[in-house]
Design a protein around this ligand. Structure first.
Ligand SMILES: C[S@@+](CC[C@H](N)C(=O)[O-])C[C@H]1O[C@@H](n2cnc3c(N)ncnc32)[C@H](O)[C@@H]1O
Length: 220
């Protein structure tokens, strides 16, 4: 499968965001609403969001008082969010970056790393492990890594064109990597795994089943 350029997932996201200004809707996701309290209670201020897309959760986090750096490899999504952030007067730092490359931040920079449906994209288990390691590096001791992934109870698990281990391409052309609890535990190495909780997003025929995962970088 093409990883860059023509036919790649990156190009597919560019085309998707170009044709739909609010591809995931204007409302914040179930995940960000669910974890806002946890983030507040931890005393977090500086948040890095991975795979922010068009920014529905980014702007919600800004509105709720966090200082957000938002990263995505889709320049289109990042530009659309930049425009919206200006309209709303939201102060957000935007980065176009492929997270398979080292994260462009110094060690111990963020209190929280947040991502909704980012690790569940076309990333192999080895790539997810390497990004989680980078997250660990840029998190402050005691910082949280909060993410969601589609799981093995999802209606699309095992359906359509198989393109890799636990990865299938759906009829809309998106490659999705599905996770079970064992894989999440295996990938949580070096973190404290605080919880894995199942939740649903959307409604049939686009119902998704996901895991909310909360990891903590141990205090030094
Ligand atoms: C399912 S979308 C979710 C977008 C956003 N989190 C939301 O819920 O509205 C996944 C996002 O991850 C981005 N993405 C996928 N692979 C990436 C990579 N290797 N580096 C950076 N961004 C990536 C895509 O461009 C897309 O915006």
């Amino acid at each position: 499968m093409a990883r860059h350029g023509e036919g790649s997932q990156q190009e597919h996201w560019e085309a998707t965001y170009t044709s739909a200004a609010d591809f995931f809707g204007k409302e914040p996701s179930e995940l960000v609403i669910s974890v806002l309290g946890v983030m507040r209670d931890s005393g977090a201020k500086d948040v890095l969001e991975l795979g922010c897309g068009q920014g529905r959760d980014t702007l919600y986090l800004c509105r709720n008082g966090f200082t957000v750096t938002a990263l995505d490899y889709s320049e289109t999504g990042i530009c659309q969010m930049g425009e919206r952030a200006k309209e709303w007067g939201a102060d957000v730092t935007l980065k176009v970056h492929d997270a398979r490359e080292p994260l462009p931040f110094p060690d111990n920079t963020f209190d929280v790393i947040y991502s909704h449906m980012f690790f569940t994209m076309e990333l192999t288990e080895a790539e997810v492990a390497s990004i989680l390691k980078e997250c660990w590096r840029v998190l402050r001791p005691g910082g949280l890594n909060i993410y969601s992934v589609r799981n093995d109870h999802d209606p699309h698990y095992g359906k359509f064109e198989k393109v890799g281990e636990d990865m299938w391409r759906n009829p809309r052309g998106f490659i999705v990597h599905f996770f079970n609890e064992e894989k999440i535990k295996r990938l949580s190495k070096d973190y404290e795994l605080l919880w894995i909780k199942e939740f649903e997003d959307g409604a049939p025929p686009f119902l998704k089943r996901l895991y909310e995962v909360v990891l903590r970088k141990p205090q030094a």
